[in-house]
Design a protein around this ligand. Structure first.
Ligand code: CMP
Length: 147
């Protein structure tokens, strides 16, 4: 069964260009519930750990430099089949290949400055969400609320 949450980052370029509001609006209008969120600035060691899978890629050093260049928004988004549904609304990694109306088509500047990150699997959604959020910082619509 597909998972009910995914993890996203609104990257430094999009934050710097005042795109937080429009991106969150698109996320909500696409039926996602924001179950955790914060504005933070990554330290280099954190960014290196988060992007460890890319450490042998030619763009790794640039990626770390960019992702630590300014504040980012990290969030957990809930919806049935969240990973796949979110990847549909963000579009391709390369904004030139992203479909019209997708977040990357609307807000990305380049392959590196591609506005947002979205988990590519349920397994990574869990790893990435746990990397940034403790249980007391998460408020699920799929679990009982106490307010
Ligand atoms: P994301 O999928 O969020 O995580 C890995 C990031 O590496 C990706 O977004 C891009 O921002 C970046 N990336 C992937 N491929 C390239 C590339 N060929 N050149 C530059 N950056 C890349």
């Amino acid at each position: 069964m597909a998972g009910t949450y995914t993890f996203t980052i609104i990257k430094p370029g999009a934050v710097n260009n005042e795109h937080i509001g429009p991106i969150l609006n698109k996320i909500n209008n696409s039926g996602f519930h924001i179950s955790a969120m914060k504005l933070i600035k990554l330290r280099t060691a954190q960014a290196k750990k988060f992007y460890e899978v890319h450490r042998d890629k030619p763009f790794y050093n640039d990626l770390i430099e960019f992702m630590t260049s300014g504040p980012i928004v990290v969030a957990i988004l809930e919806k049935e089949n969240a990973v796949e549904e979110y990847r549909k609304i963000i579009g391709a990694t390369d904004p030139e290949k992203a479909e019209e109306g997708t977040i990357r088509k609307l807000f990305a500047q380049s392959m590196q400055k591609n506005a947002v990150h979205g988990s590519d699997s349920d397994e990574n959604a869990k790893i990435e969400s746990d990397f940034f959020f403790s249980n007391s910082e998460r408020f699920s619509i799929f679990e009982e609320r106490d307010f």
